[in-house]
Write a protein that binds this ligand. Structure first.
Ligand SMILES: [Fe+2]
Ligand SMILES: [Fe+2]
Length: 164
């Protein structure tokens, strides 16, 4: 006689939750993100910390008003950070400035739209949104931000170091 044992098959939806939803390290700063320019590293670290706060607030099921304030701080800080980078890039006549600014502008438009949708109640914070934010931060810092480093840290004759 043949006996068949039934075992519970893993559920992909639950696996996704475990990987993305409850990962406390999602916005953990890593040394590999460093661009070795003090002010910019400090701002990037703050961005990761604020995004982590948004993640925690979401996981804790905080009230919309609380999450909204965390989101507002993150949006404001992002605008300040982009303006800081753009000022330094312009000061040094960085040749990749225009392209870099386009990336900043595209993300700014997305987060402002999201912020407006969140306020009006047509959207909520989701893991997918936070994952997008994390991937954007990581890719932008390791890709685009890293490219301006030699231009911002060089010491041309007659100029002081742009930022250290
Ligand atoms: Fe940056
Ligand atoms: Fe940037």
């Amino acid at each position: 006689m043949r006996i068949t044992y039934f075992t519970a098959a893993p559920r992909p939806a639950l696996q996704f939750r475990e990987e993305a939803d409850d990962n406390p390290d999602m916005f953990e700063w890593k040394d590999e993100y460093s661009v070795h320019i003090h002010s910019i590293d400090a701002q990037h670290q703050n961005l990761f910390r604020m995004a982590g706060e948004l993640h925690s607030a979401m996981l804790a099921g905080q009230a919309k008003s609380v999450i909204g304030k965390v989101l507002d701080r993150l949006v404001q800080y992002t605008a300040m950070h982009f303006a800081h980078e753009e000022r330094l890039m312009r000061q040094r006549n960085y040749p990749g400035f225009e392209l870099h600014k386009v990336e900043h502008d595209v993300l700014t438009r997305k987060v402002l739209q999201f912020q407006a949708d969140f306020r009006s109640g047509t959207t909520i914070i989701t893991v997918q949104l936070l994952q997008f934010l994390r991937d954007w931060l990581e890719n932008h810092i390791k890709g685009s931000d890293t490219k301006y480093v030699p231009f911002l840290t060089a010491e041309p004759v007659g100029q002081t170091r742009a930022d250290k």
